[in-house]
Design a protein around this ligand. Sequence first.
Ligand code: BDR
Ligand code: CA
Length: 305
Amino acid sequence: KRAVIIDTDPGIDDAVALAIALYSEALDVRLLTTVAGNVSCDKVTNNLLKLLAFFKKEIPVAKGAARPLLREAIDASDVHGLSGMEGYDFPEASNHLLLEEHAVEAMYRVIMEATSKITLVGIGPLTNFALLLRIHPEVAEKIDEIVIMGGAIAGGNKGVTSEFNIAVDPEAAKIVFESGIKIAMAGLDVGLKALVFPEDSEKIKLMNPVGDMMYHLFKKYRGGSFATGLKMYDSCAMAYLLKPEMFELVDTYVAVETTGALTSGTTLVDFKGYLGQAANTKVCVDIDEAVFKSWFLAAIENCKE
Ligand code: BDR
Ligand code: CA
């Protein structure tokens, strides 16, 4: 089993990715941490605790950064609803899984206690990972890989060229990409092709209670507009961990723009080597959509005791 820590901001597509990870036999989720992103850190933490109560999974949770390193928070409640996870009547969250430690200290402890290397999976802004690497740089040699959903080769969903998770906290993303740790980037380019259509959602609803819950979330995601398919961005990070063959991967250098007046938060994926730097990232440049779809449906079917 691969030992992972997942940092998240649930978030409807986060909820789906978390279900896949928590029910996967191939992953050993040691810790879940939260970060301000889709909505505030308080709200996403509460959403995560509700999800765990619903899944009946006992994984420790540590609350992390309430805002980006240098900037004011921007949220995505237009996409995920005011609570960040609108559409399903969850059981009340129970606080017994919530650690007193800050996410950064909990990650540090779990990484240093582990007898083998840990993989970090980031499906929200990278604030917590950046703080961890700055406050406790010695963790670097105990991290196997940092897998992120974030960034884009071409075209953004927050700015003209920037993807939301990077655009929220570009300085944090820059620290992570420049850390020297192996990075895998599942960005918008593949996220936009990881789609759920109404007919998929109807199947998912009937699979099991987790699928039924997702069906209801999907009805509210992006205000319920299924026309062009719902994008399962964050599931792409889990897809990379669990079935990397579905991606076309290219090792290259990725820089993060932090100062551009119009472009800050953009990932510059330097295929042609203009920046003269060695590769730091395995970039998912394409995804086999049919393979994703069957993997995704099977992964949700697997979300049962
Ligand atoms: C990313 O932004 C968030 O809204 C999603 O949860 C995903 O992590 C996609 O740009
Ligand atoms: Ca997310």
